[in-house]
Design a protein around this ligand. Sequence first.
Ligand code: DGJ
Length: 733
Amino acid sequence: MKFKFFNSPSLLCLILFCKVIFAGLLSAQTIIPIETKNNAVALEVGTDKVLRIIYNGKKLRNEKEYAEVQHMSKLETDYTGLLSSAYTPSGSRNLFEPAISLTHADGNPSLDLRYVKHIVEKTDNVSSLEIVLKDPQYDLEVILHYKIYHIHDVIEQWSTIRNKEKGKVILQKYASANLYFQGDAFFLNQYHGDWAKEMKSEEARLTHGIKTLDSKLGTRADLFQPPVFMVSLDKPATEDQGTVLFAALEWSGNFRTDLELDNQDNLRIISGINNYASAYTLEAGSELVTPKFLFTLSTTGKGTASRNLHDWARNYKLLDGKGDRLTLLNNWESTYFDFNEQKLSMLLKDTKALGVDLFLLDDGWFANKYPRNGDIAGLGDWEENKQKLPNGISSLVRNAKENQVKFGIWIEPEMVNPKSVLYEKHPDWVVKQPMREEYYFRNQLVLDLTNPKVQEFVFNVVDSLFIKNPGLAYIKWDCNAVIYNAFSQTLKDQSYFYVDYVEGLYKVLAKIRKKYPTVPMMLCSGGGGRVDYAALQYFTEYWPSDNTDPLERIFMQWEYSYFYPAIASSNHVTDWGKQPLKFRTDVAMMGKLGFDIVVSGLNEKDLSFAKQSVQEYNKIKDMIYQGDQYRLANPLDGSVASMLYLSRNAARGVVFNYLVNSRYGEKSHHPIILNGLEPDSKYRLTEINLYPGTKTTLPKDKLYSGDFLMKVGFNPDVTSIRTSVIVEIQKVN
Ligand code: DGJ
């Protein structure tokens, strides 16, 4: 979200440079179609100049025919007039959940929005549409923005609220987007979770009234509920069938999505920043730009929606989405806070021996007055702990170089332990209520990123690490606390707090990216507490969960995979769970591979397997990072989970298969049906990454047609002694 005065020179320049293809006043009942490759949202400007959504579905061949859609706005009664509004105002004729609610400069709390003009800009794949709405009685404008990614069937929508009145306007609600669907029934697939239990899905039919998905946690905002969801129309969509909407708010703070099934059995979806404790005052002559709301509609099931989203993310959102990633060895679970230079020197040797690209030094390397020997002290004091690291980080970076590996480091720069020099020096930088007792989450408090001085401090934490250690190759950015006692000691109006915190964070991240555009950074939040597409513009990957039990990860990574591409998923092999190393490693290979184990403690066979896995991974990672992902067997539906990554030309693929039920006699009873192959091509199937001393039970060098594999399939022979089986697919003609 951006807040600014709109008569600034930069906006004028932008307008001058914009290639405006179409703009102007329209005659009555004009249709504005928003079309992607396969779908369309059709908007209608009514005779009353209200902008309504009249269609949401498959694209028509002839765009003139959207005007023929039988829509309820045509059966208008006195209370249906604003039901399908494209941005529902409050306080005037609307009777339902509004997208916007405000008080004008003269104290009047009503808003009416009527169409003024629209501007279309068309390019090859990405076009944009801006629709200007205005209150007929007040100088208050709302601009609806649509960014349309044609081949991906993805749309980003947001709004600008512009105060041209003579005094202050107070915004009580300011959603990014307002969608409207007609259908026989709607099924919401939502997510919930907690630490180590991220991305648990629940699906239910929406009943009349409002269902709200939201967060009020401030930082680590997605800990209990992420901002992603799906809605199936008419009946629950499957992987390959059904009409389904995937949607998400691109915002790393409090969000709110209302899904309202109305009296006409239609669904209104309104999503944006959570207005909880966040009324926003717009000074005269200023405007507010809301965050983007992202959505993609698929009429061929969830698989298509997720593949579109992955490709969109890699091309347009995720930092370095088309690039490579570094495999790594992390020391968190092997040492926790207990390490020194000698121990790290051994781990650097292990990094090299394992064959991964980088060593990642985790929490515990800093603070002297209150050493960081546990999570109770030191956060905020970002100088090397002299006892543990007498020669500093730079000597470790050098040591890494000598071992021909790269070096990365953990930070949690937004946070502070009360036991720290930072807290003693700058108590006014800390988020806390002046009149109330401090209340901690993991023994720490949040720094006040609404304060520009704190923004500079956080930037400098990163900047000085790079200045002192130019060889530093990777950052893990953690964020372990939520916000209690929300209060900034420098903000004049506390109702800006939650919004300005996130804005402050983005300012810091943007500044880091300006100076260090490509260095890989992991978005961690004690797990996946902060994964969203606004944050992922600054990060190359995220940490899905501290729960690395591979069995749990199969389910979790499955759910994340609907929304985020595998290249962004940091998966580490650890000692969590009861599964053998092969199972643990294979699961971690389904994203960006890392290790967090005591390498020197591995027996000979395990060590040789781990090394071999890194090599195998390097051969197949292009498909995992850039290929199309097909979910073949859902772990929630049976005893076997199966996931395919296929190169985009369908010439190579890799299928990961697991036994997820350890009850007696469970195995892959049926063949796995593949997807995305060329029916007329022949494919060779080869089991890879076998554990030393084991042999494949699959037929060797057998060729199958794509047609056969997509109709009859093949059985990976997953059993209680072959709990994890990876099969490479190679086109041979
Ligand atoms: C939480 C992260 O998720 C872990 O991986 C680790 O970095 C710890 N924080 C360190 O405190």
